[in-house]
Design a protein around this ligand. Sequence first.
Ligand code: HEC
Length: 193
Amino acid sequence: MGRASRKFVFPVLGLLCLVLFYSTRATGEGSANQSRIDHGRQLVLTHGCGDCHTPWKLGANGPEPDSSRLLSGHPQELVMPPAPPAQGPWLVNASATFTAWGGPWGVSFSKNLTSDKETGLGNWTEENFIQTMRTGREMGKGRMLLPPMPWPSYQHLTDEELKSMYAYLMSIPVIKNKIPDPVAPSAPEPAKK
Ligand code: HEC
């Protein structure tokens, strides 16, 4: 090899090594993120988030979660009539979608957990999500979450588990679906004389 060509070979080889190094590092990061998302998906499935946050519909074999509305909360077009009064041994009522819940706390609606910025968790940081699941407060600092959101159980998840759940929620299809505000409980009927 002549001196002149050697002058080129070494920088070119160096550049090649650099490109190889960064490309393997990038796919390494990519697959680490993918395994976090996969872990999050498994946790969301096993912790029943979809039981309440994915609306249910009637399928060929009975009720099933509507996968086209994955984790998008109470369907905005489904305007519910007032809930029956919460009294007697049957204290809690649920919509057929399992996304609207009437009880002594009034009526609550399962939230949109997709990353839509206006109607879902799109503006939430990972920390907002972790704190919500730990404290039971909206974004970790707002009002207390109403039943039946089972945060008292979920508060025991580890940081790693909550981070994985958050990563999965940020990876699923974005669905714009505005959740109604909760309804306060109606005043009890005046006692009959
Ligand atoms: C038994 C029903 C139920 C289950 C199961 C459930 N949720 Fe919820 N969740 C709700 C309801 C209802 C609300 C709304 C409560 C309110 O308005 O105060 C809610 C609220 C939330 C919020 C607050 C969102 C916001 O915009 O304020 C987050 C975050 C959340 N749920 C995440 C989860 C995750 C993650 C899981 C699974 C690990 C889960 N939920 C399982 C019913 C449920």
